[in-house]
Design a protein around this ligand. Sequence first.
Ligand SMILES: *Cc1c(COP(=O)(O)O)cnc(C)c1O
Length: 491
Amino acid sequence: MRYLSTRGGDPASAAEAIVRGISPSGGLYVPESYPTIEWNNGVRGGYLATAHRVMQAYLPETDAGELMRMIKSAYQSFDHAEVTPLVKLKDREHVLELWHGPTMAFKDVALQMLPHLMQSSLRQTGETKQVYILVATSGDTGKAALEGFRDVEGTRVLVFYPYGGVSEVQRLQMVTQEGKNLDVCAVHGNFDDAQTGVKQIFASKQIAADLAEKGWRLSSANSINFGRLLPQIVYYFTSYETLLDRGEIQPGEPVNFCVPTGNFGDILAGEYARRMGLPVHKLICASNRNNVLTDFFARGVYDGNRPFYQSMSCSIDILISSNLERLLFELANRDDALVREWMRDLKEKGMYALPQRALDALKRTFCAGWCTEEDTLETIKRTFDQTGYLMDPHTAVAQCVYERYAERTGDNTKTILLSTANPYKFASDVLGAFEPAGDDDFANAERLNAITGTQIPNGMRALLGKPERHMDVCMLDEMPKRVLSPVLNQA
Ligand SMILES: *Cc1c(COP(=O)(O)O)cnc(C)c1O
């Protein structure tokens, strides 16, 4: 199986695509074809077996036994036997909980697996350098990358997060991190600044040369890496198989998935599952006030020239949704020249427009909606009152957008909502749906527990006693130095 770049250039093997993260032309790697696999009539062999079938189809060069060992090792850190359990919410609504990994958010599904894929890919490509992974995070990716790459031989991770721009739980999760190959630094600036800083470091030939001399190469654990997308295709299959298992659907019956979307990685994995033969009716893209994607799916115009809002569902606060480029490549019938043109428009004018025929194709599978902060809180409260299920703000965005979609269209297809974080990770905002909340995340978690009777996750309690180890703060222009110094100073 070869991988093509959305912006042209030589194809790569799966291993090369994973080691590089991004193609030399600046494009994202996509598989040259979508392997079809049979969904099982029920989850035979559980999550791990389905994970193996899905990932092996994209990684034919990886030894089957080795792949199974990697999968077992990745998902043993999850606190649920089904890895991503499916909970019935209402008659036709089911919630797929993707947050049972060590950091309590869905990034773990991919970032527990990526280090294994990275190591195996390094062996396959014969890479002799060690891999230095840079991460800019708005909160969830940073911790998940640290946890995933902790003490992984031949790798080192440096996470930059916006100083004062993450929740207290998210900050503590990162600054208390143990592991000899891990480093965390706050940056004076917002997330976009940190992200731009990292992109500039990736683009610098001088930094690459300095690192290469010391035996290092840079790579990315961001969702532009195909190795992060791949593990996410799995739960679309397992959740479908679980519905079959429970007699909720008939074999072949299409279902909807509704996904709170930021960088478009999670929902794109659903599109890949559909192309692989999974019966999907609609993929519903849910956004908060940062509704650039809602407009795109309605009019075919992507317009990033708009204000950026901070919201409770902060992991989907976004203006530029990078993984959309992989979908554009398909809409362009894989014409990389057309993709380059759209991306140039995006860079120069902050926007691009699809031709009508591409918009029509898009609308056959996708639809989109958004909701406000008030809607989010109201949905958390109302859903809890009606069903006893407590959801985090991202999941609530999906729930609210889905309810309006169902009402508007009358579509009564069975629907799976992707739940991307444990509600306690955003305890203060979630408590705010029930009563005015104070500033202390931990006191708010205790209060939420008292009101709702839901459990405070052990991972949250454990944070309180841990020493803070990573207290560094730097200015934006110091980021390159911060990347280089630990490596240049090593013996
Ligand atoms: C990253 C994240 C998302 C968005 O996922 P994308 O793949 O970027 O669309 C949604 N919810 C939570 C809690 C996240 O951490």
